[in-house]
Write a protein that binds this ligand. Structure first.
Ligand code: GAR
Length: 213
């Protein structure tokens, strides 16, 4: 892979993970080459502009169905030639066509210890279940929603009295630490998806991925 690794980040909102990726990139082996948002109001677009990173907005509301929106996304990404597509709070479900087009080159961050709590409302669900631990996962994206092989977990202890909001804050702080580390591992060529699994160097990663801090 040409160095540094070109990363396209897809966002829908605040973009604090995008910010963490931008901040870490100056000392790392990847560069955030472009930011794409499906939401014209996403604050992350301002973060990208402040860092002089090109942005593209593809508003899903301009499309009648998911497949045509995803085709527009594919076309925009093809122009950018990314080595890796990083979903950072991108709140659209991607079609099978999109995932197959960029197979093995898409990662996502999710606010739970996958495979627990795919989908939404993860912090409240972890509290309601009486879990002692919660956290965030980075995983390769497959056609199954939040179901691709886990690359890394960051674990947060659930404290008595935690609310979804307090827990979310601590999980977010962990996300900001682990996502740049995972992108950097991919950029170095050490991390790959093969045979439906995540691999680090010559080791197949366990179901919980690596535990990063
Ligand atoms: C993050 O907590 C991320 O894990 C979550 O959205 C938030 C985006 O925050 N992603 C998902 O729920 C995807 N299923 P940010 O915009 O500040 O990075």
């Amino acid at each position: 892979m040409a160095s540094p690794c070109n990363v396209a980040v897809l966002i829908s909102g605040n973009g604090s993970n995008l910010q963490a990726l931008i901040d870490a990139s100056s000392e790392s082996n990847y560069r955030v080459a472009a930011v794409i948002s499906n939401n014209p109001e996403a604050y992350g677009l301002q973060r990208a502009a402040a860092a002089s990173i090109p942005t593209v907005t593809i508003n899903h509301r301009d499309f009648t169905d998911r497949v045509s929106f995803d085709r527009a996304l594919i076309a925009a990404l093809e122009n950018l030639h990314p080595d890796l597509i990083v979903l950072a709070g991108f709140m659209r479900i991607l079609s099978a066509e999109f995932v197959q087009h960029f197979a093995h080159r898409i990662v996502n961050i999710h606010p739970s210890l996958l495979p627990r709590y795919p989908g939404t409302n993860t912090h409240q669900r972890a509290i309601d279940a009486g879990d002692s631990e919660h956290g965030a996962s980075v995983h390769f994206v497959t056609e199954e929603l939040d179901g691709g092989p886990v690359i890394a977990h960051a674990v947060v202890a659930i404290q008595p009295g935690d609310t979804a909001a307090t827990l979310q804050q601590r999980v977010h702080a962990e996300e900001h630490k682990i996502y740049p580390q995972v992108v950097s591992l991919f950029a170095s060529g050490r991390l790959r998806m093969r045979d439906g699994k995540a691999w680090l160097d010559s080791d197949e990663l366990p179901a919980n991925g690596i535990r990063l801090e």
